[in-house]
Write a new protein. Structure first.
Length: 79
């Protein structure tokens, strides 16, 4: 789902201060980039994650957009 244009996704990936969230943005950017898109599994492997986690990230992106990439542990007492 195109929640943001690829250029905005790339900007958010490059400027994200949180390391884990930045990696999630990178996966979505690799999937969404128009010149050489990757599958979610390929993108995840590229950044050192499992293919199943890449597919999970893409599902979260499709369902919730940018909010789906935030750390879900924040604010629930486990951070």
């Amino acid at each position: 789902v195109a929640h943001l244009p690829p250029a905005e996704i790339a900007w958010r990936y490059r400027t994200c201060p949180d390391g884990a969230e930045k990696t999630r943005w990178q996966v979505i950017w690799l999937v969404a980039r128009p010149d050489r898109p990757m599958s979610a599994g390929q993108a995840a492997r590229t950044v050192g994650l499992t293919p199943s986690w890449g597919r999970t990230l893409l599902k979260r992106w499709n369902a919730h957009g940018p909010d789906g990439l935030a750390d879900g542990r924040r604010g629930n007492g486990t951070d």
